[in-house]
Design a binder for this molecule. Structure first.
Ligand SMILES: Nc1ncnc2c1ncn2[C@@H]1O[C@H](COP(=O)(O)OP(=O)(O)O)[C@@H](O)[C@H]1O
Ligand SMILES: [Mg+2]
Length: 307
């Protein structure tokens, strides 16, 4: 099957700065693909090149088997784009935002109206149809931006940090909507710096840092490859963590000291806790949890994803 996006050695420079440093990835039709990485990793820059609104400095890029350099309009007409910052027309009503956007794509008035009503339903905004967009909550604005991005029935929906800045409840509502799209077979490309979001939404992802791809795989594969099954989190008080970590060096293969806690990586967390206690150490709190993509990122870069 031809990939809907194929990037090889894709590069973007801003003067001296290499924002995207020769990355390779492919996205298959129907897949939910993610770029996970911290601020400044080059995620938005990559999205803008795929979205044919920014030209590449080097490498190869095909989107829907077309070159964005020469076929920008054809590509843009088949993409749905949710940019990092909402750019709704705040003076218009919710429904008019959809209609105006549909007209912009050249859709007939009747088709725009039908789709707008369907999409309002999908975005759970039917009751807000006549409200001025400025009066919506952050989560509602985000859902409206997603609805708007779907008005042209796109082949790929691109979402740049879909839930950044939203409260937990609003994030879950949004995830539920995106999950429904995924179930319907919509191809999703998502960027995020939230590991839980990547785990929720992505079939496959690349971990990016400083414009480079550090690893690629499904969330489960990445965790298997770069972490252990479980992680023990111990707190000894900020001044004693490093010293305690030294004394625990032999307990597991991998020990990480963070400012507020020590992480011990092992397949059997409880067994590790017992060994620590047997050493006579007394953590103020101890927690055994499953490994997450946060642990993968820490392993790959030596840093926490959210600093
Ligand atoms: N238009 C621009 N001009 C100059 N530098 C830019 C521009 N856009 C992004 N950058 C820089 O490129 C790097 C990657 O930015 P970005 O793609 O926005 O990262 P992310 O979306 O992962 O946070 C950053 O160092 C950023 O400051
Ligand atoms: Mg960004």
């Amino acid at each position: 099957m031809t990939p809907v996006i194929a990037a090889h050695g894709l590069t973007k420079r801003f003067g001296e700065l290499v924002a995207v440093d020769g990355i390779d990835f492919e996205v298959a039709p129907g897949e939910s693909f993610g770029l996970l990485g911290p601020n400044g990793a080059g995620k938005s820059t990559t999205m803008r090149m795929v979205g044919a609104v920014s030209t590449r400095s080097g490498g190869e890029l095909r989107v829907l088997d077309l070159d964005p350099e020469t076929h920008g309009p054809e590509i843009r007409s088949q993409l749905g784009v949710v940019p990092q910052e909402d750019n709704l027309d705040t003076e218009l009503t919710v429904r008019d935002n959809l209609l105006v956007y549909g007209r912009y794509f050249g859709l007939p008035r009747r088709v725009c109206a039908e789709r707008a009503d369907e999409l309002l339903e999908f975005a759970q905004l039917t009751e807000k149809a006549k409200v001025k967009t400025d009066d919506l909550s952050g989560g509602m604005k985000r859902r409206l931006t997603i609805a708007r991005a779907l008005i042209n029935d796109p082949r790929i929906l691109m979402l740049d940090e879909p839930t950044t800045g939203l409260d937990p409840q609003a994030r879950h509502v949004l995830w539920d909507r995106l999950f429904r799209l995924k179930e319907r077979g919509t191809t999703l490309v998502v960027t995020t710096h939230y590991m839980d979001e990547a785990e929720q939404l992505c079939d496959r992802l690349v971990v990016v840092d400083h414009g480079r791809i550090m690893a690629e795989g499904s969330p489960a594969e990445l965790i298997r490859r770069y972490s252990t099954r479980e992680v023990v989190e111990l707190r000894f008080g900020s001044s004693r963590n490093a010293e305690a970590a030294e004394r625990m060096a032999g307990v597991t293969e991998r020990v990480e000291v963070l400012p507020d806690r020590v992480l011990l990586y092992a397949d059997d967390g409880e067994a590790v806790v017992e060994k620590v206690l047997a050493l006579g150490l007394e953590p103020t709190t101890s927690l055994v949890r499953r490994s997450s993509l946060e642990d993968v990122f820490l392993r790959l870069t030596g840093r926490s994803l959210i600093e």
